[in-house]
Ligand binder design. Sequence first.
Ligand code: PLP
Length: 401
Amino acid sequence: MSVTADRLKNVSISASAAMTQRARELAAKGIKVVSLSSGEPDFPTPAHAIEAAYSAALNGDTKYPPMDGTAALKAAISRKFKRDNNLDYDASQIIVSAGGKQVIFNAMLATCNPGDEVVIPTPSWVSYADIVKFAGGVPVAVPCFEQAGFKLRAEDLEAAITPRTKWLFLNFPNNPSGAACSRAEMKAIADVMLRHPDVLILTDDIYEHLVYDDFEFCTIAEVEPRLYDRVLTMNGVSKAYAMTGWRLGFCASGSKELMAAISNVNGQNSGGISTLTQAAAIAALDGPQDLLKQRAAIYKARRDFVIDRLSEVEGLRCHKPEGAFYVYPNISGLIGKTSKGGRKIATDVDFVMALVEEHHVATVQGAAYGMSPFFRISYATSMEMLEEGCARIAQFCRDMS
Ligand code: PLP
């Protein structure tokens, strides 16, 4: 009898984590690796958030917390939704979990029956499809084409919806393409969803604050208030406040039934989130917000640098995205070539493997995000690393024959 449960059969290990691991192995051998594979801000957590956690610990805030989040944190999240998104969610409509990832996991476990379809605009974050499969659902990829700026087109969404569709996922700004939707583009998506009243919508707004060139972020429940009861708005402190290690995400919805189901799962798979993390999150959400703009300006400069450098490289085509901290260059001009080290580049997996082994730059293959032939570069790292990384990528591509 196999030790492993059948439900794990179709669930894979995250490709970005695998590449980060390979980069670590090479670095352990003394090789200078340029790591452009990790989706994690290189900035520190704001000091006021750290101090709040420290004070909470000293003040004895160290007992079991309420499963779905402390009242103080829920109040701060409610203020955040009003301030940033013009959305009204009260404490009873909010649930706190261990990161955005656990929010999605809980939501799928709470709602998916075997065979339920989940429409995922693709390219998409590596974990979505696996979480859906874990929960017994069926991920349905809808391509967001490069020619459309990696945006979800209304007609493609409409074509993907069937009587079995339970959820639509939205993630704009997007991992891995960086694409974000304007209000008009989001309204077109919302209009399709108004025609399908049985489909729920999960919007993963984790990159909300990472938008550039005066681009204005919007989220679907605000753009189309008639969808309020069907939308699960998800967000967290990981990317905006550089708090990936604290593990805190949250969600809110107008649907009482949905929140009761998610709360049920949340209460069974953890005993609530660390009280210290919750104290830190309150400080981050309620504290000075100017750091978001300051950091966004730094990310923008890095994005522009990477796009400029890679656009000069023959064989690469590099769309300039509105947000997140990724670029997603197309490598179709290099498919069929051979790297200097002798590896035939038949796929984007070959490309990123040859790049890391021969020039020691870690990136992630587009195949991991469901759209090839591309690769993802994370520019959540120093300008020095980006200069070195882009120079090595350019050399790698130039050396191909
Ligand atoms: N959603 C997307 C689109 C992501 O890219 C990530 C992390 O890379 C997450 C969610 C996970 O966020 P958290 O750290 O809050 O679990």
